[in-house]
Write a protein that binds this ligand. Structure first.
Ligand code: ADP
Ligand code: ZN
Ligand code: ZN
Length: 738
């Protein structure tokens, strides 16, 4: 006789426990861990949907009193046991309910829209295509040129790549078809294999690949630390080729913004139809269909953002997390999991290898690599042979003192003029990250910070400055507390303003702007990237979007404006993010024949994050930053739990959060866990949509101590003894403070 523990799929927290059911004989084969089931529930025995989370041969209570489950739905769709186990780990490790966790890892069933898959096939030889491409380039027909070049390299391209990532419209495709260069045809039935892995690796790449291959399939984690363009992707491709040769599968996590069509095509060229891509534009039905194919073994490589981690591959042996430092790997809804940590966990559970790749590793990962927990592999040079660009730091305080009130320093202006004259391209990166209305001194560059927390204070409309971390508040001073200057100002310049300034001061320049506004449409991002890539503009202005994931060979100058803006974010990770952004920006310019230059404008030219980024010296940054974290017990030198409360009733919220904290303090006291508590304080965004938010922080060296406290709080909330009328969520080691 078989018994199933079932989670009832409704979000009421009071039902967030398992209920045992008898498995009728006719369903014994289908009743596997993870299977969706229908069960009679409650007094009326109404039918409810649930998931089997474990099975046993022993009933927990008298077997006669156990109800039989009605049926197992969608036979053969059960996910692997290991994913349910992973869901359990996520629930424990990050907080939230069973249901939150199961919903995250289990593919949601949805109807698949039928549409015929098409592909674009070349109808002329490589030489002819390249000639036509040159012709199109001369006429500035960017889309045509792109498609022709791609077809010259690869005779068949999926239609969705052409119309999506490559941004070639139907008209472009049709006119090339009429001219006889290509044909649009239904996708061939047989699987296209791809040409396999062909690149000859350089010695550093070879060494890295060999180390990974040696332990492939063992639960080991590697940190592949290599500057931008050092050939990390080629190393992944090499290792994945081996995974496929063994009949196993691989997952490649990549921030969505970095998933450009060049990257898509690199994978597609090697592995053909064995590769599938997940991205946010897929419908639920399309996602579901892909995960079914993964399960049946029809695809072997899944590439996508963090949700791709839960692809139900039966023989997963490799997980790559590219740009592992990226904040987009952290989920913003419960469970607030970090895909990097969760990848390592999944790999440990099933015996798979993890490769984390980055030019600017997270402090967490580099620290683990130094301690030997991860294995460090280094690629120290650019693969194509190009030198890293030269960087110059410009002190904006001096520019100000010498009466240059413009947003462009004199060195940047000179270099821009020179580039425009030579017909070379320029990128201007406006670092607005973390911008939250802080004040800083135009004379000495100091930002006004909290005397208790070492984070910037935020200016409020009522004339106060506040710390969103501890709740400290003070009146906005008339003069700078460090130097007495009356020139205190917020940084207000946006990309739009910057665009106007560039157009005014460099009337000959053709300017493109990339920000949330200009990329709002479905393909706005690709359109801008391609327009700039085709040299239809001289200057590209943008926020962090332009420094992530895309290389433009024609760019020989990168200007970084307000480099220190992100340093002022009210947040202990501000320096790390600043370093990452600046180092990435600096890594973008130049190629083999045209070395690049970088100008970093800042009010804090001596700050270690700025200096180390200009020198592309990650270890130097790491040492300084780790010392800072150590001194204040911030992650990764300690762990931080954020408890977020929300309610439409602010005084009720304050009262309940206080009670929750008092109980947790008592609990921790009894167990001699000396947790450092902060709060409850109003969150940075105190009210949104008439919902008030408060936050409590707990710090402790040991993650598990914080898990124990979280469990206690969850228990209290579940029992309804505290937190009525409030919604409480947990966030471990948050990426930003609330
Ligand atoms: P990363 O992923 O580290 O940014 P990529 O793998 O994208 O680096 O490589 C950067 C560029 O160098 C790409 O154009 C790639 O084709 C090229 N490249 C990488 N490895 C080699 C190699 N061994 N030989 C020749 N070119 C290479
Ligand atoms: Zn000052
Ligand atoms: Zn404070």
């Amino acid at each position: 006789m078989l018994y199933a523990d079932v989670i009832i799929d409704i979000s009421a927290p009071s039902l967030d426990r398992t209920f045992q059911y008898r498995v009728p004989e006719e369903w014994e084969r289908e009743a596997v861990t993870g299977a969706p089931v229908l069960v009679p529930f409650g007094k009326g025995n109404s039918e409810r949907k649930g998931y089997i989370v474990s099975l046993s041969e022993e009933p927990k209570i008298d077997r006669e009193r156990l109800k039989p489950l009605s049926r197992v739905c969608e036979r053969g769709l059960a996910i692997e046991d290991s994913l349910v186990e992973l869901a359990y780990w996520m629930k424990e490790h990050y907080g939230g309910t069973w249901n939150d966790a199961l919903r995250t890892v289990i593919p949601v069933k949805a109807a698949v829209e039928r549409h015929e898959a098409r592909e674009v096939a070349a109808k002329k030889g490589r030489e002819e295509l390249l000639l036509a491409c040159e012709e199109a380039e001369r006429k500035h027909h960017g889309a045509k040129a792109r498609l022709l070049r791609q077809l010259a390299e690869q005779p068949v391209v999926p239609y969705e790549v052409v119309s999506g990532k490559m941004h070639c419209g139907a008209a472009t495709v049709r006119s090339l078809e009429t001219a006889g260069y290509l044909a649009v045809q239904p996708k061939r039935r047989e699987t296209r294999l791809g040409e396999g892995f062909r690149t000859e690796l350089n010695p550093e790449q070879e060494k890295a690949a060999a180390a990974i291959l040696q332990t492939l399939g063992a639960p080991e984690t590697f940190l592949l630390f290599g500057v931008t363009g050092s050939g990390k992707t080629e190393v992944y491709l090499r290792v994945i080729a081996e995974v496929l040769a063994r009949g196993e599968q691989a997952i490649v996590l990549i921030p969505e913004i970095a998933l450009t069509y060049q990257t898509v095509m690199r994978f597609y060229r090697c592995f053909g139809d064995r590769v599938a891509f997940l991205h946010s534009r897929l419908s639920k039905g399309e996602r579901y269909a892909i995960s079914e194919r993964a399960k049946r073994g029809e695809i072997s490589v899944m590439i996508g953002p963090r949700s791709a981690l839960f692809t139900p591959f039966p023989k997963l042996s490799l997980i790559v997390v590219d740009e592992e430092h990226e904040g987009s790997y952290k989920s913003e809804s419960t469970p607030r999991y970090h895909a990097r940590e969760t990848a390592v966990r999944r790999a440990q559970m099933i015996g798979a290898t993890v490769v984390l790749g980055s030019a600017t590793p997270s402090l967490e990962s580099y620290r683990r690599a130094l301690s030997g927990e991860y294995r460090l592999l280094t690629l120290s040079r650019r693969a194509g042979g190009a030198a890293l660009p030269k960087a110059q730091i410009v002190d904006m305080r001096r520019e100000f003192a010498e009466r240059n009130r413009s947003i462009f320093s004199r060195p940047l202006r000179e270099k821009m003029e020179e580039r425009l004259q030579k017909g070379e391209q320029i990128m201007l990166f406006l670092n607005r990250r973390g911008y939250a209305g802080f004040l800083s001194c135009r004379s000495c560059g100091e930002a006004l910070t909290c005397p208790h927390c070492d984070v910037s204070l935020t200016a409020h409309r009522d004339g106060t400055l506040r710390c969103h971390y501890c709740g400290y508040r003070t009146r906005t001073p008339e003069r700078c507390p460090s130097c007495g200057s009356p020139y205190l100002a917020g940084f207000g310049t946006g990309t739009q303003k910057l665009e106007e300034l560039v157009k005014k001061e460099f009337p000959q320049a053709r300017v493109l702007r990339m920000d949330a506004d200009t990329t709002r449409t479905k393909d706005g991002y690709e359109r801008l990237l391609n327009a700039f890539g085709d040299h239809r503009a001289d200057v590209l202005i943008g926020t962090q979007m332009i420094v992530k994931g895309h290389d433009f060979g024609g760019v020989t100058l990168m200007g970084v404006l307000a480099a220190d803006m992100s340093l002022f974010a009210s947040d202990f990770r501000a320096a790390e993010r600043t370093f990452q952004l600046l180092a990435q920006a600096a890594g973008r310019a130049g190629r083999e024949d045209k070395p690049g230059e970088v100008v970093i404008q800042t009010y804090q030219p001596e700050h270690y994050a700025v200096v180390a980024a200009a020198e592309q010296d990650y270890p130097k940054f790491f040492r300084e930053e780790l010392a800072f974290r150590k001194a204040l017990h911030y992650p990764p030198e300690g762990n931080l739990l954020a408890v977020l409360g929300a309610s439409p009733d602010e005084s009720l919220l304050a009262q309940e959060m206080k009670r929750l904290l008092e109980d947790a303090k008592e609990f921790a006291g009894e167990r001699e866990l000396s947790i450092g508590w902060l709060g409850p304080a109003a969150a940075g965004l105190r009210r949104t949509n008439d919902i008030y938010r408060q936050v409590i922080y707990g710090k402790h060296a040991d993650y598990e101590a914080l898990v124990a406290v979280k469990n206690r709080m969850e228990q209290r909330l579940l029992s309804g003894e505290v937190g009525r009328g409030c919604r409480v969520q947990f966030d471990f080691n948050p990426l930003t403070l609330y």
